[in-house]
Design a protein around this ligand. Structure first.
Ligand SMILES: *[C@@H]1O[C@H](CO)[C@@H](O)[C@H](O)[C@H]1NC(C)=O
Ligand SMILES: *[C@@H]1O[C@H](CO)[C@@H](O)[C@H](O)[C@H]1NC(C)=O
Ligand SMILES: *[C@@H]1O[C@H](CO)[C@@H](O)[C@H](O)[C@H]1NC(C)=O
Length: 345
């Protein structure tokens, strides 16, 4: 075990160095990052309030862009160019949702989100888009109320989607009254962000606490959205939700490069009937093996009534154990997948 761990360290050291050198960060940004609003004055103003329409991709992305730039100074001590900002996980993940077609209207009754139609539209019928609302609007508004966005709480409001408006909170005060626990968790994260002595690991802990709380709120509200998806995509959505609990317990460092690399392993398009990992022909070997692995994880979690998550959380309590798991998973992700597949076949 000790030998394996040492070996992992050496390899990871090697990969992190080569990764940092190899990247031009602007290539890792989510699609349309540069074109999206980067400051409040890029949005409309009405009655003294900035108006943001989170049902249009660049406008939702713009909330992240402002959040990333307003929090950059807190991550300077970890690395230059904001690369270690752990909030990168959110917009990069949203970019994957966009490019993989997951923000489009799954019922196809409208052209919302399709290349041939209104391609920047985010459909409120998309399960992924609704889940993401709780990971974009809520962290954004919690940051506003934590005084780190440079405007006051009553200066910004979000536009509601066309229907089901009561499911979404649109400003700081309604989010606080509708989702008090989750808003509080994001606020705790921002409070620790502003304490100079907070360690990187502490910040990850508070970020993941808030992240899982957002998803928990949203998951309960939007299960009906699954009705328009193929069975494999529904399973993947549910699997993803379960997997995030395990990823959170391991405190995956959602920095720019790490998230970008990790995301290469996710399904690049929506799953359709007949898709079965590890035999999906237009997916890479890595995407196939990761999807298979996630399915196995979901089954284990389901079969044990999430007891496996409880055990996992206990195992992940020490920093050493978390580090070991992350290093091992990076090795699997980045280096040995092809070999592993050859052995298996
Ligand atoms: C990174 O890429 C952008 C455009 O893709 C380019 O403008 C910029 O000069 C590049 N930076 C470096 C350091 O190569
Ligand atoms: C927040 O939204 C609610 C309902 O949408 C509204 O009644 C309230 O005035 C808004 N508050 C602020 C500060 O804009
Ligand atoms: C979860 O367990 C239930 C019964 O306990 C079963 O019907 C269902 O198919 C399982 N789901 C998965 C994804 O394993």
């Amino acid at each position: 075990m000790a030998f394996l761990s040492l070996w992992a360290c050496l390899l990871i050291g090697y990969f992190s160095v080569s990764l940092a050198e190899a990247y031009n960060f602007s290539d890792l940004y989510p699609p349309l990052w540069k074109e999206s609003p980067g400051q409040f004055s890029d949005y409309r103003i009405k009655n003294g309030k900035y108006i943001i329409n989170p049902w249009v991709y660049p406008e939702r992305l713009g909330m992240y862009k402002i959040l990333l730039s307003q929090t950059a100074s807190y991550f300077e001590k970890f690395a230059p160019e904001n690369e270690q900002n752990i909030l990168w996980g959110l917009p990069i993940q949203h970019g994957w949702q966009y490019t993989s077609g997951r923000l489009a209207d799954p019922s196809q009754r409208t052209d919302c989100g399709y290349d041939s139609g209104d391609h920047l539209c985010i459909s409120e019928d998309s399960w992924w888009a609704d889940m993401n609302y709780f990971l974009s609007a809520i962290p954004f508004l919690a940051a506003v109320s934590s005084d780190i966005m440079g405007i006051s709480s009553d200066q910004v409001t979000l536009l509601p989607p066309p229907k089901d408006q009561t499911k979404f909170c649109l400003n700081v005060s309604t989010c606080q009254s509708s989702f008090p626990k989750t808003m509080r968790k994001w606020t705790i994260f921002y409070q620790h962000l502003q304490i100079p002595s907070s360690s990187f690991d502490d910040l990850l802990k508070y970020l993941w606490d808030a992240h899982t709380s957002s998803l928990k709120d949203a998951y309960k509200i939007f299960t009906d959205r699954f009705q328009d998806y193929s069975e494999p995509e529904v399973n993947f959505g549910k699997t993803w939700y379960v997997a995030v609990g395990y990823i959170a317990a391991a405190r995956f460092p959602t920095t720019m490069i790490k998230t970008y690399e990790f995301q290469k392993s996710l399904p690049p398009r929506m799953l359709v009937n007949g898709d079965r990992a590890p035999n999906i022909h237009d997916f890479t070997e890595l995407q196939n093996i990761v999807l298979l692995g996630l399915n196995i994880l979901h089954e284990a979690d389901n079969d044990t009534g999430s007891f496996s998550l409880t055990i996992w959380k206990i195992l992940m309590k020490t920093e050493r154990a978390r580090k070991f798991v992350l290093e091992l998973s990076e090795i699997i992700l980045e280096a040995f997948t092809p070999t592993f597949l050859e052995i298996m076949s």
